[in-house]
Write a protein that binds this ligand. Structure first.
Ligand SMILES: [Cu+2]
Length: 330
């Protein structure tokens, strides 16, 4: 009986190992579209993207492409989502596969957050520079404070070339041209290593002593004070003074090396120009709308009044970045 139990235990362990290994090696390609994960009310009642244009389908590393179009800030914005008073025009991509070289709303450069008005339509443009080769799904996106990222439609864009050739040169206020992609990277690695090393040394010092259970026993026995020796106090003081000294000295030398700096740029852009949409000649009044879950069918009754001087045909229902077309009209 004992042998059988051991065998079962052994086999279960092997099975577990195989499962874990299989799970580790099972990495399906992520091909889901972010907008589908968004709640229906977010997609239907927040930002409506339309007339979108991706200037290229294939772009070499270091080349640029633009995404332009319009978005309507829905008048029936949900009560549960904060109003888009602090919003940031963004791009939904899997990491920094592009860099954003510039973005504009209503012709104004918007490197920071903007205030948007409900019921208004805005024109936008985003200039992207290709960085990492691959097939990427590039979405429009609006980050709304208190509302989260609101993702718009996406399109596949292929970046060709090699990432090693990517450069991101900028000219500083002092007229020096630097490549932001590699600027001072050695310094970054150096300081990470220094602080990591100091942290490890601090841990190693205390880990030489009895830990956990012996310490607990000593504390319980009322001998907590005996755990920290005068040497420990000196070492701890040395760490504290040393850390402060390193920071003070390097701060002084950095200030000396870079005397000209600008304050961090932050703020909110208001008064963004919206576009005048043509006055609609067609009036639509929704009388009733029901959604039948089992058949995933939407039924609407509406009264449509044509105030224009030419006949119209109803051919499309557009919501949440999805177009439902009447095949007979489209
Ligand atoms: Cu996508």
């Amino acid at each position: 009986m004992k042998i059988l139990k051991d065998k079962v235990a052994k086999l279960s362990f092997v099975a577990l190992l195989i499962t874990v290994t299989a799970a580790m090696f099972y990495t399906p390609t992520a091909s889901a579209h972010g907008e589908k994960s968004q709640a229906a009310f977010m997609r239907m009642r927040t930002i409506h993207w339309f007339d979108l244009n991706w200037s290229k389908e294939e772009v070499p590393v270091n080349d640029t492409m633009t995404i332009s179009g319009k978005f309507f800030v829905f008048s029936g914005w949900p009560e549960t989502v904060d109003k888009p008073e602090i919003s940031f025009l963004n791009i939904g991509i899997p990491g920094p596969v592009f860099i954003r070289a510039g973005s504009w709303i209503g012709g104004q450069l918007v490197p920071r957050s903007v205030s948007l008005e409900l019921g208004e339509t805005y024109e936008f443009k985003v200039l992207l520079k290709a960085r990492r080769p691959g097939d990427w799904h590039v979405h429009t996106m609006m980050n709304v404070k208190g509302g989260g990222p609101i993702i718009g439609p996406g399109k596949w864009v292929t970046v060709t070339g090699s990432m090693g050739s990517f450069v991101n040169p900028i000219t500083t206020l002092t007229g020096e041209t630097i490549d932001l992609e590699t600027y001072n990277l050695g310094n970054t690695y150096f300081w990470h290593a220094v602080w990591y090393g100091i942290g490890l040394a601090w841990m190693a010092y205390w880990m030489r002593k009895p830990m956990f259970v012996p310490r607990l026993l000593a504390v319980d026995a009322g001998k907590a004070d005996s755990l920290i020796s005068p040497t420990d106090r000196k070492v701890a003081l040395g760490f504290a003074v040393g850390t402060i000294a390193i920071i003070a000295m390097t701060m002084a030398s950095t200030n000396e090396k870079y005397p000209i700096t600008t304050p961090l740029q932050a703020g909110l852009l208001r008064g963004i120009k919206s576009i005048e949409m043509p006055v609609p000649t067609v009036g639509v009044k929704i009388e009733d709308a029901t959604y039948r879950v089992p058949g995933r069918a939407m039924q609407m009754t509406m009264t449509i009044t044509n105030n224009g001087d030419s006949p119209i045909r109803l051919g499309e229902f557009n919501t949440a970045g999805v177009r439902f077309m009447d095949a007979a009209v489209a």
